[in-house]
Design a binder for this molecule. Structure first.
Ligand code: ADP
Length: 464
């Protein structure tokens, strides 16, 4: 059986049958070990009471008395000792097997007790209790009106337990039927959410991310359904980011390429003034720079992501490195009328110099790009016993709270329409995050819209 439903049913039925067999074996062993002896003694006691009563009451009609006893629920064999041939008579329903040998009967007539119920050979599956045979009796002898008798007795189980049997049989069949139906129903209920999950998985793999699972249970399947829904949402978002990226990249590639093509054609025609030619060439140069920047960042991020080799660790002054990066941005700061304040402790750290330079460059370029004219930027560098902490704080446009969890993702840009002037690739923070990770550091960004952003990078002191 391949389906879970089939396996569950098979398991349930096997459990029912298995437990019934084990229970039967246990009861059987218990019968052989304890009940057999007890049963034999109990019946022998009844037989002795009958024999004592008959011996004490010489005037009773033996046949009538034994018939009455048989009617109460016993099977009896009465043997009268005679000189030539013993006379036998049964009372109650006939025995199924008449298998008592004559030597035993003679011994009982001579005064011995017979304990067939106790001494019947052990059989595993047919309990002696139900075995309707003459050997499975108890026997004793008594005197009545001058004659010697041997009397053998066993309970008439059929008569005594017929109703109980029906009741027990009915109970068992009822229980088995109800539990089977319950199991069928339970298995169906158990499998149902899995079928829904399979269906949802197929939809997601076909690109339909908007799945909703009506599974509300709090068990493991409920948890699985919740994780699946979360995963589908995450995939949906990643898919949208990817699509947005393709749109962005094609736009970012197309715009400069069209500009370059357009201005090249104008220059080729040749009827331009010197000033115009210089202006167009500058535009071509800027656009080429932008294209080169995009491809450079893409390449860098790919190499950082695939990096399996160790970092190139050297020791250097991190404050000097940041100052150098600041110098490179001086003209941009002036152009945007931004003032910058740097509080940098002289600190030597071990790290990948080139990567860390890239990191400060990206963060500082964001602080400048997303600052409005005339605002301030603050850079601080501190040491703690185990870490260096760098804070870059601006008073720019800020990042809406709902975007904060995603800004480290590749190509993620907060609403590009916010400022059409700003040309970003959405790769800067992904690169920053990766570099921080490679240095086993940490980065946090606190931001509020139109108030500014504060980026904090913490790097551990690495050993060479
Ligand atoms: P980009 O090349 O677009 O700047 P980044 O990965 O560096 O890409 O940044 C992702 C997005 O996070 C940016 O598009 C911008 O919307 C936002 N962002 C990053 N830094 C800042 C900042 N200092 N102030 C405001 N927004 C920022």
């Amino acid at each position: 059986m391949r389906s879970l439903y089939g396996k569950f049913l098979l398991f349930a039925v096997a459990t029912m049958v298995g437990s019934a067999i084990i229970a039967f074996l246990i009861i059987n062993t218990y019968y052989h070990q304890f009940l057999k002896v007890e049963n034999d003694a109990k019946n022998m006691h009844i037989l002795e009471q009958i024999a004592t009563y008959v011996e004490a009451n010489a005037d009773i009609n033996l046949n009538d008395y034994l018939t009455t006893q048989a009617n109460v629920g016993y099977k009896l064999l009465l043997v009268e000792k005679k000189l030539d041939k013993n006379a036998m008579r049964t009372f109650g329903e006939p025995f199924r097997l008449f298998n008592l040998d004559f030597r035993t009967i003679e011994q009982v007539l001579d005064g011995a007790e017979y304990h067939g119920m106790r001494d019947l050979p052990r059989e595993t599956f047919v309990t002696g209790f139900f075995s309707d045979e003459l050997a499975n009796t108890v026997g004793t002898s008594f005197q009545h009106n001058g004659s010697t008798y041997a009397l053998f007795l066993r309970p008439n189980i059929k008569m005594l337990f017929r109703e109980v049997h029906y009741l027990l049989g009915g109970l068992f069949i009822g229980m088995a039927t109800i539990s089977l139906i319950a199991m069928l129903f339970g298995a169906h209920k158990l499998i149902q959410p899995l079928l829904q999950l399979t269906e949802a998985t197929k939809k997601v793999s076909a690109g339909k991310f908007g799945v909703s699972l009506p599974i509300r249970s709090k068990d493991e399947i409920g948890e699985l359904a919740q994780s699946f829904t979360d995963m589908a949402k995450e995939l949906h978002r990643a898919d949208q980011v990817q699509k947005q990226f393709i749109t962005d990249v094609s736009h970012d590639l197309q715009t400069p390429l069209q500009q370059i093509k357009g201005y090249t054609n104008l220059i080729k025609k040749g009827n331009l003034t010197k000033k115009e030619s210089a202006e167009y060439l500058t535009i071509i140069e800027t656009e080429t720079e932008r294209l080169s920047n995009l491809s450079r960042q893409l390449l860098l991020l790919t190499s950082l992501t695939q990096q399996t080799k160790q970092l190139t660790i050297t020791s250097f002054r991190i404050d000097e490195q940041i100052k150098q990066v600041l110098r490179r941005f001086r003209w941009q700061l002036e152009q945007n009328h931004l003032s910058i304040r740097a509080k940098l402790e002289p600190i030597v750290i071990c790290g990948d110099e080139a990567q860390l330079e890239q990191l400060w460059e990206n963060l500082l370029s964001n602080a400048i790009k997303y600052s409005t004219e005339g605002k301030n930027i603050l850079i601080q560098l501190h040491r703690s016993p185990n870490h260096v902490k760098v804070m870059i704080q601006d008073e720019g446009i800020g990042i809406p709270k709902e975007h904060l969890p995603y800004i480290y993702e590749r190509f993620y840009r907060v609403d590009s329409t916010r400022s059409t002037e700003i040309k970003g690739t959405g790769l800067g923070l992904a690169i920053v995050k990766r570099i921080v990770q490679l240095h086993e550091g940490n980065i946090t960004i606190e931001s509020s819209v139109n108030q500014g952003s504060k980026v904090t990078v913490t790097l551990p002191f690495k050993k060479m």
